[in-house]
Design a protein around this ligand. Structure first.
Ligand SMILES: Nc1c(C(=O)O)ncn1[C@@H]1O[C@H](COP(=O)(O)O)[C@@H](O)[C@H]1O
Length: 164
């Protein structure tokens, strides 16, 4: 099926985090493509990727990067598609550098910034589902089911002494 989401990351080392986005998109049956693209290391490729995204049928871009994480912002600079940014937890500064690099965009070029690390990676996929669900009823239904299952799983185990 034609990918609706483009999942990009600054380095193959980000996959440990970004695999959670891909897994969640899989669980929601959202077709997506995955590629390493870096604003720093492959700037021309990034511009080509993002400039052609819309005509290739992508409707949401999810970009994860760590450290001087300029990838989501530079992607947003080249497209009006929604761009969701995931700050990857960096070794030196624990992801605070990534978060601040992504979140503080100048007015006019928005990036929807998620939490640092795995939670942000999962939530980016769910956020993409919310956006796509406005147009695709199947995705809306699948997302509602995901949320219902999550609620039921919590309600089924209210006593924390029973373990996770
Ligand atoms: N932040 C960026 C960008 C970018 O923003 O374009 N390109 C690579 N990186 C980040 O550098 C970190 C270390 O990369 P390596 O592990 O390859 O040295 C990764 O977290 C990556 O996202």
């Amino acid at each position: 099926m034609q990918p609706l989401v483009g999942l990009i990351m600054g380095s193959v080392s980000d996959w440990e985090t970004l695999q959670h986005t891909a897994q969640t998109l899989d669980r929601l049956n959202i077709p997506h493509e995955v590629q390493v693209v870096s604003a720093h290391r492959t700037p021309d490729l990034l511009f080509e990727y993002v400039a052609s995204a819309e005509e290739r049928g992508l409707e949401v871009i999810i970009a994860g990067a760590g450290g001087a994480a300029h990838l989501p912002g530079m992607a947003a600079a080249k497209t009006a598609l929604p761009v969701l940014g995931i700050p990857v937890q960096s070794q030196m500064l624990n992801g605070l550098d990534s978060l601040l690099s992504i979140v503080q965009m100048p007015a006019g070029v928005p990036v929807g910034t998620l939490a640092i690390g795995k939670a942000g990676a999962i939530n980016a996929a769910l956020f993409a589902a919310s956006i796509l669900g406005n147009k695709y009823p199947d995705i809306r239904v699948t997302l509602a089911e995901f949320r219902r299952n999550q609620t039921e799983a919590v309600l089924a185990r209210p006593d924390p002494r029973e373990g996770a």
